[in-house]
Write a protein of this length. Structure first.
Length: 110
């Protein structure tokens, strides 16, 4: 896979080349690429035929299957701006803050 990634990099397809360096699982005549972003699916599809030909020639295989799986999708939460939002974010990280607020009898206005 690294040799194919190097070919892509030299031909100017740097973003696709970086995808080819992602973790893979291979079995018999199958290869599974693990991607992180759903946008990478299109990039993998754009070189899928070339990659299969490369693998066939490199390893002398007659048939090869290639699949990919998105392992996570990043979800960005909005940053807290108000005092209450900041407190809620801290409580989410450390729920013991609620006990401290009650113990100190703090009056938190919204």
């Amino acid at each position: 896979m690294n040799a194919f990634a190097d070919q892509l990099f030299k031909s100017g397809s740097k973003s696709v080349a970086s995808i080819m360096r992602l973790p893979i699982v291979s079995w018999n005549n199958g290869i599974l690429l693990f991607t992180v972003l759903s946008q990478q699916k299109k990039q993998i599809e754009s070189v899928k035929k070339e990659l299969i030909v490369f693998i066939r020639e490199r390893f002398g295989l007659k048939t090869v299957s290639l699949d990919y799986e998105i392992v996570s999708t990043a979800v960005h939460e909005a940053k807290p701006f108000t005092g209450r939002q900041k407190l809620d974010a801290m409580i989410k990280t450390n729920p013991e803050i609620i006990n401290l607020i009650e113990k100190l009898q703090l009056d938190l206005d919204d």
